[in-house]
Design a protein around this ligand. Sequence first.
Ligand SMILES: [Zn+2]
Length: 243
Amino acid sequence: MVKTVNKIAVIVFGPQGSGKGTQAELLAKKLDLFHFDSGSYLRTLLHNPALQKNKIIRRERKLNEAGVLNTPSWILRTTAEIIKRATALGQGIVFSGSMRTFYETFGHNENEKPNKKNGGVIDVLKRYYGNKNIFIFLLDIPEKESIKRLTERFVCSVCKGLLIRSELIDLGKIKFKICPFCGGKIVHRIDDNKKAILVRLKEYKERTQPIFKELEKGGYKIHKIDGRPMPYKIHEAILKKLK
Ligand SMILES: [Zn+2]
């Protein structure tokens, strides 16, 4: 028997560069939620030296390094495990970077019959958090803006955590060449070259966007939020919908 926790589960959807990670992080801090950033979690998992003998890990690592999406059934199992652990600790959760595929979300492909027994991540969330505690947001930004942001994304080579958009760096004509936090050198994020960005945006359109319609069919409300204003403004808009 699953024990439902009375905490919220928030999913932040949006194309790459829409600021999902930033919004999820702000929400996690504000509402004391566990931030599940699947991208960075998977990278850590796949590069764990203790797991390199595992065939599945090796296979998934190759996919990850090629910049394509990981196997949806594997992601689904991994994510379900995270949800179980979070709820065991009585934690609310916020997702950025997942779900990315129809299969991962619903447990079957678009043209297949639902697998009633297991379902997908959304069904796992429903089981553990209850329908009324699930909140879904979609950060909306034009593709052009997405590409611009991604190609101009900078990161500190030392503390990594800080991503700075060039328009922020130019703010007030102050140009940071070093990280204001640790003094490390600021570099371009390596995987953010134009070709890789276009591949990711194409995958978003083809594999992630079909999820939204199906969620709405299932009675979920998707709150569309303009992803263009400053992050703190977007954060306020999201909080309003959570009240
Ligand atoms: Zn730094």
